[in-house]
Design a protein around this ligand. Structure first.
Ligand code: SF4
Length: 356
């Protein structure tokens, strides 16, 4: 299929109005105006799937702990994951770490000032590469985050869902067409800020909008219908039953292995099922070891944890034992030692509430 090409008689109007509207001093953020490519890289990866308000403190902590690529590359992955706790999508942290090692090994520890080269680095996709290339190196690449997609779809009346292959090409073409090539960093920040503060998802300020005159969505009364989204895929429901083996002040934890979610993070002994299991059913699924386990108590069920394609229902069973069962790869830890390990957020919530 040939890539759809974007054209509009109002492209120049759109770009000029955005540049005129923008004030770089509005909406301060710790990474705004930053020219260190490492810091822009970190901020962009944190902001994927994360709101600015939530990502702000994580960014500051991350840069404080790992101020340079060298610091990140030489860190233990557990320390990186630990700092990432609560942000979710842990593959981002793992890939950041791999990317830092790759930059040290293949690029002498320096992020390359080239879009195609940036794309070769682990964790850097088209959006992050465009952000680093434009914000740091002033190269003519347009960013395309949720804010930008919303503004483009409404102003130009693009009804193709961004999530489709055709949509990705069309929005990319539109974004490159309206990019101010003389000042890509300024323009990219302008359209992102505009989407975040004026052309917002629920209550866009159309009455004071400098784009209103030629805005398709406003003039056709389609603001609420744009951007068009693909229907959400059905989420798989998974029940995570955690057995918290406790003996005195200590408990057993395990590192997650395999290619599943939360890979590399820690948890309690896990029994997964397609439905919530009773204490009796749990008893039948406990590890068969030389030291028999007592019956588990009542489940502590926390609220569901929603991921893009999955819904996790976490249930915890605290099991007091006189001696720990012999389970391969078990790690014994006191409650005060648990903070050294990275857990999925709902496990951390449980620890803080019931084990601290
Ligand atoms: S007129 Fe409304 S919908 Fe159109 S760009 Fe402005 S804020 Fe967005």
């Amino acid at each position: 299929m040939k890539d759809p090409q974007f054209t509009s008689p109002f492209s120049a109007f759109f770009t000029k109005q955005l540049i005129d509207w923008y004030n770089p001093d509005d909406r301060p953020m710790p990474w705004k105006g930053e020219k260190d490519p490492y810091k822009i890289w970190i901020s962009e990866v944190i902001l994927q799937q994360t709101r600015v308000e939530q990502g702000w403190d994580y960014y500051l902590r991350f840069i404080h702990t790992f101020p340079t690529i060298q610091d990140l590359a030489s860190a233990q992955i557990d320390a990186v994951l630990s700092l990432w706790q609560g942000l979710g999508y842990y593959s981002r942290a793992r890939n950041l770490h791999k990317g830092a090692i790759q930059i040290i090994e293949e690029y002498n520890g320096i992020l390359p000032p080239s879009y195609p080269e940036l794309l070769k680095i682990k964790s850097i996709g088209p959006y992050t590469a465009a952000a680093i290339a434009s914000f740091v190196f002033d190269l003519p690449y347009s960013v395309l985050d949720g804010n930008v997609v919303r503004v483009l779809s409404r102003f130009f009346g693009i009804f193709t869902p961004f999530q489709s292959n055709e949509g990705k090409h069309l929005f990319q073409s539109a974004a490159q067409t309206v990019l101010d090539r003389q000042q890509p960093a300024l323009y990219n920040q302008a359209i992102m800020d505009f989407g975040a503060t004026v052309c917002t998802p629920a209550q866009p300020d159309c009455n004071h909008c400098p784009l209103q005159k030629h805005c398709h969505a406003y003039n056709a009364d389609e603001v609420r219908n744009l951007p068009v989204r693909l229907p959400k895929s059905i989420r798989k429901v998974r029940y995570f039953h955690y057995i918290v083996f406790r003996s005195g002040p200590q408990c057993l934890i395990f590192q997650r292995k395999g290619k599943d979610i939360y890979h590399g993070l820690y948890q309690f002994y896990l029994i997964e099922a397609d439905s919530l299991l009773s204490s009796v059913e749990i008893t039948h699924r406990l590890p068969q070891t030389q030291k028999p386990c007592p019956s588990p108590g009542k489940a502590i069920v926390l609220k569901p944890h929603i991921l893009t394609h999955q819904r996790i229902i976490p249930a915890f069973f605290i099991m007091e034992v006189s001696a720990f069962p012999d389970i391969p790869d078990a790690i014994t830890a006191r409650p005060d030692q648990l903070s050294q390990y990275a857990f999925p957020q709902f496990v951390k919530t449980f620890i803080e509430k019931y084990l601290a």
